[in-house]
Design a protein around this ligand. Structure first.
Ligand code: ZN
Length: 247
C-alpha cells in the first residue's frame, strides 16, 4: 500500500512537472522554431512529438559525464537504468542526474538475467540496487529495466515497481558505428517511443547527442519515462511492463 501511494504521488508530481516544463523549456523552443516557421499555421506535422531517451549499464564516469554535459547543453532530460555495483565512487554523478531532472532506474546489481531467479537471488539484484540508489539519492522511487528485456511472472511479481522495456533498439553495443546508430533511431522514431542506448560507449554518447539534434529538427521533445507516461495520462503500475507510450 505504501508503495502504491508513493507511485501515485510520484505520478502526480511528474504530471504537474510534465505539463509545465515542456512549454517553458529551451529545448522545446528550439524544437518548435525549427520544425515550424514562426508564421505557420500549427498543423499535425508541426505538433510536437514526445519521446524518451533511456540509457542502460552505467554509470561510467568518462562517458556518462560527457553525455550529461551534452544533454545539459541541449536542455534534454533522459532516463538512466544503473548497475548497482558501479555506483560506489560515482554517487556524485547520480546526484547530478537527479539535480538536472533526469530519471534513475534499476538495471540489477551486476547485470544478470532476472528470469528464473528465486526470491533471495532476485532481491540480491534488485532490492540491493534499490538500496544503493536510495542511499546515494535519498529517495526511493526507481523504475526497473531487466537486463536483455527478459521478463517472466516472477520478475513481474517481485519487481515492486513498473518495468520499462523499449520500442527502438539500434543495438549500439554491436558494431559501435555512430552513423548507423543515428540513422537507425532517427529513421524509426515515432511519437511515444522509448529509445534504448548504453552510456558506457563513447560511440553511443556521440550518437545520442546527434540523435537529439536530429530529432529536435523533426519536432521531437525529450521527456523522462515518468514524464512521457504522465503526458499520455498513464499511471504506471508496479509489476506491469511498458514498451512505449504511443498516443
Ligand atoms: Zn544492460
Amino acid at each position: 500500500m505504501v508503495l502504491r501511494l508513493e507511485w501515485k504521488k510520484m505520478t502526480m508530481l511528474a504530471l504537474t512537472a510534465a505539463l509545465i516544463l515542456p512549454w517553458a523549456g529551451a529545448g522545446l523552443q528550439k524544437a518548435r522554431s525549427e520544425a515550424c516557421p514562426a508564421d505557420a499555421v500549427l498543423t499535425q506535422e508541426c505538433e510536437l512529438k514526445l519521446i524518451a531517451l533511456t540509457f542502460d549499464d552505467g554509470p561510467r564516469r568518462s562517458t556518462t559525464t560527457e553525455l550529461l554535459d551534452g544533454l545539459a547543453q541541449r536542455g534534454v532530460r533522459a532516463t538512466f537504468f544503473l548497475i548497482g555495483e558501479q555506483v560506489p565512487g560515482n554517487e556524485d554523478l547520480l546526484r547530478r542526474m537527479d539535480e538536472e531532472g533526469h530519471q534513475i532506474g534499476i538495471h540489477t546489481y551486476d547485470h544478470v538475467m532476472l528470469t528464473g531467479l528465486n526470491a533471495a537471488d532476485f532481491s540480491a539484484q534488485v532490492d540491493r540496487t534499490r538500496t544503493v540508489l536510495k542511499n546515494a539519492l535519498g529517495h526511493n522511487d526507481f523504475l526497473l529495466r531487466p537486463p536483455y528485456g527478459m521478463v517472466d511472472d516472477g520478475v513481474k511479481r517481485r519487481a515492486g515497481c513498473p518495468i520499462i522495456l523499449w520500442s527502438v533498439d539500434p543495438e549500439d553495443w554491436d558494431d559501435k558505428n555512430t552513423d548507423r546508430i543515428v540513422e537507425h533511431v532517427v529513421s524509426r522514431a515515432k511519437d511515444g517511443d522509448i529509445i534504448l542506448l548504453h552510456d558506457i560507449y563513447p560511440t553511443s554518447v556521440e550518437a545520442a547527442l546527434r540523435i537529439v539534434d536530429a530529432l529536435h529538427q523533426k519536432g521531437f521533445y525529450f521527456l523522462t519515462v515518468d514524464e512521457l507516461a504522465a503526458q499520455r495520462r498513464l499511471s504506471l503500475k508496479a509489476g506491469s511492463t511498458y514498451l512505449n507510450f504511443y498516443p
